[in-house]
Every structure is written in structure tokens, then in C-alpha cells.
Design a protein around this ligand. Structure first.
Ligand SMILES: [Zn+2]
Length: 142
């Protein structure tokens, strides 16, 4: 059995490596954009490879991939997704967001809430807060 402290240390290292691999994946994806033909393919492959490695480390050490990164990787082909390039992003108003990988066609969905105007109750409370703020200033009380 691995001691708790040792496991934590391994997870810390795993997390650092995951972050680094995503930096590299992003760089390679950007680099691919500036190249053509075989060089571009090579760069894209490299980017996917970094994503794959990050995912493997994440699973091996049971470290979560941060949500903001996880959203932009394809579970099926490990592509690093860039909206407008190899990913299509669509909103189903008030329901979910769909991200489609344009390389393999895999879709992922995430629920989301459509932005709404603040409720009247909230407005009241902020008005009240405003008044309270003013009073505080008037009386110069913290
Ligand atoms: Zn894909």
C-alpha cells in the first residue's frame, strides 16, 4: 500500500504534468495552424498525443482534468478542440451547449443556464444594499 502522503505527492506531480501537457498541446495546435500539409498533420498529431498523455496520467493517478480544459478535448479521438477550427459550438438556449469534434464527429453536451435578467427580488436587495452603503458613508461607520 502506498502511504497517504506519498499518494498526495504523486497526485501533485501528476497534476503539474497534466497542466504542462495541456500547455504543450495548445502550443502545438497553434503551431499547426501556421503550417501546411504534412507539417501541419505532424503538429496536429503531436497536439493530440499530449492530450492523450494528459488523460492517461489523469486516469492512472485519479487526478481530475480541470473543467475548463476537459471541455476542449475530444474523448473519442483526443483532439485538442479549438472552436471554429476543429470544433463546432452550439447553444440550445437555456438547455445545453453542444461541442462537436469536427475530426471524428463526437459530440459532447453540457447543461447550462441561459442568462436571465436579475429577479426583482435581487434588485430590491441590491437597492437595499445601496441604501445601506449610503447610510454607512453618511455616518462614516464601517
Ligand atoms: Zn474527435
Amino acid at each position: 500500500m502506498v502511504a497517504k502522503r506519498e499518494r498526495r505527492r504523486r497526485k501533485d506531480i501528476a497534476f503539474q504534468r497534466i497542466e504542462r501537457l495541456f500547455e504543450l498541446a495548445e502550443e502545438a495546435a497553434k503551431e499547426a495552424r501556421m503550417r501546411e500539409g504534412r507539417e501541419r498533420e505532424e503538429m496536429e498529431r503531436r497536439s493530440d498525443r499530449y492530450v492523450l498523455l494528459a488523460r492517461k496520467i489523469s486516469m492512472r493517478h485519479r487526478v481530475r482534468i480541470p473543467r475548463h480544459l476537459k471541455m476542449w478535448i475530444c474523448k473519442r479521438c483526443n483532439a485538442f478542440l479549438i472552436p471554429g477550427r476543429n470544433a463546432r459550438v452550439r447553444l440550445r438556449r437555456g438547455e445545453y451547449i453542444t461541442i462537436t469534434c469536427l475530426r471524428c464527429g463526437a459530440e459532447k453536451r453540457r447543461p447550462y443556464k441561459a442568462p436571465r435578467p436579475p429577479s426583482p427580488r435581487r434588485q430590491q436587495s441590491t437597492e437595499r444594499a445601496g441604501k445601506a452603503e449610503k447610510r454607512r458613508k453618511e455616518f462614516n461607520v464601517l
